[in-house]
Design a protein around this ligand. Structure first.
Ligand SMILES: *Cc1c(COP(=O)(O)O)cnc(C)c1O
Length: 421
């Protein structure tokens, strides 16, 4: 049996309706910006494998560091023990995070990073003797698939069967020039009508919501209102973190800094899963007490796994290197040139860009999970380009090590898709 047949025997894939979904494509090897399937065909990874492998697949520098760590210390309980990779990673993260961040808490994935952030915010108020039970989130935001994170997510295709079990969430639209006064009005109404504990948001770019973008100045006003009402602010930088927006973190574009930041995905560069939730000294201190009752009783078995930490440290070194920073600039400028070429194409409705993230909306009728979407996906894959359209949106988030020629091939394939519609 080949891989496809063996796969179907026992595997259940995420986000997949197995009754109608085409077979999963076996990938046997990856290197730099390239993926190779079991027939030897190569694909340019235009989305860095869900925004993770930003320094290129199987990056040799990370590989060297991780194999060294694997031979030294593989795993140790992080309750009551510590180790160099965790300490070093906390130091390196604090250097690049917004100035107000002081403490680093570990978990395993983007959803749990947000789960931790939400629980920290709820317990912060609890520890101060206040009962606050409501979270504010953006409509159509995405924060993950565990219960707290799922409750905060507004994209309901995923959430239908679970809605009766959600934590209390109130939603506001993302702000822009036109709706700003109305959003502020709604926000104040929610704050006055509910006991609001926290506001969770994806800063500037909503990944799962087809890379919708909004401006820092309006977000800043919303954060200022939260701060004035002791609503804990949680920036979900799981997608935007580690250079994607052209800065290390999207929160750097916003004057008011969040109390809590969640990160994952590019944190461990596609090698192993890990996540981090950082917070301010003020949040941390609300958990200090002579009794254990006020402590944060949340743990994952693999918290601060030394191997994962060593990957993250190597990743931050690469991110801060001149070479990667220069490549990020090249990608940003290439996207801008491409945009000028296609923004007036008759099949393009709108385009948007933040850093290396580029998205265009097609001016055609189609469903998010419809047949047309699969046809466009197939067109890309046949041409050796791995892009996964989100409904009408075609978006790019290439690894920072992508070569100019590879980028041009992606652009040309997008143009051929546009011309075929
Ligand atoms: C992917 C993502 C998550 C969830 O992360 P997982 O590792 O898939 O659990 C949460 N928030 C944002 C913004 C994401 O893009």
């Amino acid at each position: 049996m080949n891989l496809k047949e063996r796969d179907k025997k026992h595997l259940w894939h995420p986000l997949t309706q197995h009754k109608i979904h085409p077979d999963a494509l076996p990938i046997v090897k990856a290197e730099g910006a390239l993926l190779y399937d079991d027939q030897g065909k190569e694909y340019i990874d235009g989305i860095a494998s869900w925004y993770t492998a930003v320094y290129g697949h199987c990056n040799p520098y990370i590989l060297e560091k991780v194999s060294e760590q694997m031979r030294t210390l593989d795993q140790i309980v992080f309750a009551g023990f510590t180790h160099e990779p965790a300490v070093k990673l906390s130091e390196e993260l604090i250097k690049i995070l917004p100035d107000n961040q002081e403490k680093i808490f570990f978990s395993d994935n983007g959803s749990t990073a947000n789960e931790v952030g939400i629980k920290m915010a709820l317990q912060y108020h609890f520890n101060k003797g206040e009962k606050r039970n409501t979270i504010i989130a953006f409509q159509d935001g995405f924060h993950g698939d565990t219960f707290g994170a799922m409750s905060a997510s507004g994209l309901s295709v995923y959430n239908g069967p679970f809605e009766d079990f959600f934590i209390d969430v109130q939603r506001i639209p993302t702000p822009n020039k036109e709706n700003f006064d109305e959003v502020v009005k709604q926000l104040l109404e929610i704050i006055n009508s509910y006991n609001v504990a926290a506001f969770i948001y994806e800063p500037l770019v909503q990944g799962a919501n087809a890379m919708q973008m909004f401006e820092a100045q309006y977000l800043n006003e919303i954060l200022k209102i939260c701060v004035a009402n002791t609503v804990i602010t949680i920036a979900d930088e799981v997608m935007t973190g580690f250079g994607k927006t052209g800065k290390n973190f999207a929160s750097e574009y916003v004057e008011t800094k969040p109390d809590i930041i969640s990160m994952s995905k590019a944190l461990t560069a596609g090698f192993v899963p890990m996540a981090v939730t950082s917070c301010t000294q003020n949040i941390y201190e609300a958990f200090l007490d002579d009794s254990v009752g006020k402590a944060f009783f949340h743990a994952h078995t693999y918290s601060a796994n030394p191997i994962a930490c060593s990957v993250a440290i190597a990743g931050i070194e690469l991110l801060s290197s001149e070479e990667i920073q220069k490549n990020i600039e090249v990608i940003i400028e290439s996207h801008q040139d491409f945009d000028l070429k296609i923004r007036n194409h008759s099949k393009v409705k709108t385009t948007r860009q933040k850093g290396v993230i580029y998205a265009l909306d097609l001016d055609i009728e189609m469903d998010r999970y419809g047949k047309k979407r699969y046809e466009i996906f197939d067109h890309f894959m046949k041409n050796g380009v791995c892009l996964r359209p989100l409904g009408k949106t075609i978006y790019l988030l290439p690894p920072y090590v992508i070569k100019k020629g590879q980028l041009d091939k992606i652009y040309d394939t997008i143009i051929s898709v546009l011309n075929s519609l």
